[in-house]
Design a protein around this ligand. Sequence first.
Ligand code: UDP
Length: 398
Amino acid sequence: MAALSHTFIKGDISMYDYLVVGAGLYGAVCCNLLHKAGKKVLLIDKREHIAGNVYTENIDGINVHKYGAHIFHTNNKKVWDYISQFAEFNRFTNSPVANFRGELYSLPFNMYTFNKMWNVVTPEEAKQKINEEKESYIREKRLERGIKEDSEFQPLNLEEQAISLVGVDIYEKLIKGYTKKQWGRDCKDLPAFIIKRLPVRFTFDNNYFNALYQGIPVGGYTKMVENLIDGVEVRLSTDYLKSKEEFDSLAEKIIYTGPIDEYFQHCLGHLEYRSVRFETEKLDIHNFQGNAAVNYTDEETPWTRIIEHKWFEFGKDSEGNDIPKTIISKEYSSEWKPGDEPYYPVNDENNNDLYKKYKCLQDKEKNVIFGGRLGEYKYYDMDAVILKAMDKVNELLN
Ligand code: UDP
């Protein structure tokens, strides 16, 4: 990686072809592809480290996911082949456990979950149970909406979508409380698409993702991002918006990956985000919970989940030795307020409408490209962010 400095030199527009604001995945992929194409690129980030929210820090041999668990998964071979050039991925498969008031269930919703919930044994029995629960719920909803018995039922919110997929019991125990804690909103006030991310399977398969490729980069995400930006000039602890004019004078084009509303000084109002706070503890024991992720799905437990970082790499350090201690992070979800890190855009109707207005302003900024979860105000997974960045650079270069 090039020397990290944050001294600012005022220059002329021809100093760089591109200024990339934000050293997260979107910014890093843009840097990599632009640099490879021979462009002069400057990457800046207001944090004192690279890698944005995928940043990992090695503490006592454990790669700690400082801004929450990131498990890379994709169905897109192009993305997988591309990103695999910068990291070797281990065989980690995400299979979180749900803890509802001390009862443990397998996630995502699959035959292990259904068996524990209802003692059903065959897929047919599980489907029948879900159908019974779902049909009586839908009957009530149809009555409420005044629509005909045989008309198609369109779930209008997360609660309706969840119950249509897995029935009432699973909704009550594994979805309702967790979602309310994560989003700070009732399931009835959240869009249906959020829950469609989760697979529902009638097989004994605890793999959380329906993805052909999955794993954790060996050596951590920070190393992967370091490899992506190899050869690119980087300035950390450098706030673009605080000295926007000077930075704009350095490059012909800007790739901005921060929050879009912040870019426009919130002139149309604030977009809403969810933020996450972590309480990380080092424990003098070998094994705290026996799994990388345990979701606390009741409403009363204040945290949404506990991550035990060592299990992303099977409890081994980089030499393959068992790690005697462990590090856990309790994750607390909160509404974003100025000064917090924004993590999740809240893609409900009001926010999406406001985003569209910002998008109109964005279209007038001819030399600025807005990208990534915050720049595009979309709940993207890592692979989607990478693909978007690859496509954008392709478009810029052609
Ligand atoms: N979800 C849930 N119970 C769980 C896990 C997830 O109800 O135990 C719901 C919740 O609404 C959440 C959504 O599924 O917002 C998507 O979960 P995912 O794990 O994909 O969220 P992320 O990892 O991005 O935080």
